[in-house]
Design a protein around this ligand. Structure first.
Ligand code: ATP
Length: 234
């Protein structure tokens, strides 16, 4: 049984339809990447799975349970955590307080304590009392990941975690992914950088204009197929 599956998932912003029948699945232990150009619907897909945008019942199944009608807090309680695009830290709170906020919705037994997060990202331990405003973009992203991990989710949804960061910082952040997997969580990673997505993922979905246009494993997808699925066949 898949850990997560969506079935004909649709999403709307008012009259505007942003998703048209999206089917994806994540198997236990997998890292899945979602690639696609600006506006393809990647963030909308993450928000629909996480319950931030409501979808119809039955369209999202997580650990065998329909969660499509649950709100974001209930989805988190079921074991699914999201690292949102833009990080969304509380600027006046310290690193440690921002991390602790991740425990309010759910604290399942598991590997991710504050100490484990400081071990994953040592700079956060050094800066544990610094306010969110004093952090670099990369450090803020580490806090956002730690805040999601601390609930010990079974599935972590990461929306554009490399956006706006320098290559050396992106490398540090992606270095955490294997450790997160070894600790038992599956991941969905939304990524505009195709090379990065192919490096980190077991399986890749490409989206365009609210639809999945390609699915495959990094070793079976050709550059041409990805190009066509990403930009459309010209
Ligand atoms: P990006 O890389 O820019 O985040 P994306 O692939 O994540 O792109 P979405 O943000 O999901 O794409 O956007 C999908 C479509 O929905 C776009 O056409 C976008 O303009 C539209 N959209 C997104 N958010 C809203 C909103 N709050 N209200 C209206 N339309 C929206």
């Amino acid at each position: 049984m898949s850990l997560l599956s969506t079935h004909g998932l649709t999403a709307h912003y008012g009259d505007f339809q942003a998703l048209f029948g999206v089917d994806i699945r994540v198997e236990p232990g997998e890292a899945v990447a979602i690639i696609g150009a600006n506006g393809a619907g990647k963030t909308t897909l993450m928000r629909s799975i996480a319950g931030v945008l409501r979808s119809a019942p039955g369209e999202v199944v997580f650990r065998g349970r329909e969660i499509g009608a649950l709100d974001a807090a209930a989805v988190m309680g079921a074991g699914l955590a999201m690292v949102p695009e833009g990080r969304r830290l509380f600027p006046s709170l310290s690193v440690e307080e921002n991390l602790q906020i991740g425990c309010y919705g759910r604290k399942a037994p598991g590997p991710w304590s504050l100490d484990a997060i400081y071990d994953l990202f040592p700079i956060l331990g050094e800066r544990r009392h610094a306010p969110g405003t004093a952090l670099s973009g990369g450090q803020q992203q580490m806090v956002a990941i730690g805040r999601a991990l601390i609930s010990n989710p079974d599935l972590l949804l990461c929306d554009e975690i490399s956006l706006g960061l320098a290559p050396v910082v992106i490398r540090d952040i992606y270095a955490a992914v294997p450790r997160i997997r070894e600790a038992g969580a599956s991941l969905v990673v939304v990524e505009q950088d195709i090379g990065q997505a192919l490096k980190v993922a077991d399986r890749v979905y490409c989206m365009m204009e609210g639809r999945v246009t390609l699915e495959g494993t990094p070793d079976t997808l050709s550059r041409e197929a990805i190009h066509d699925a990403y930009f459309g066949v010209s």
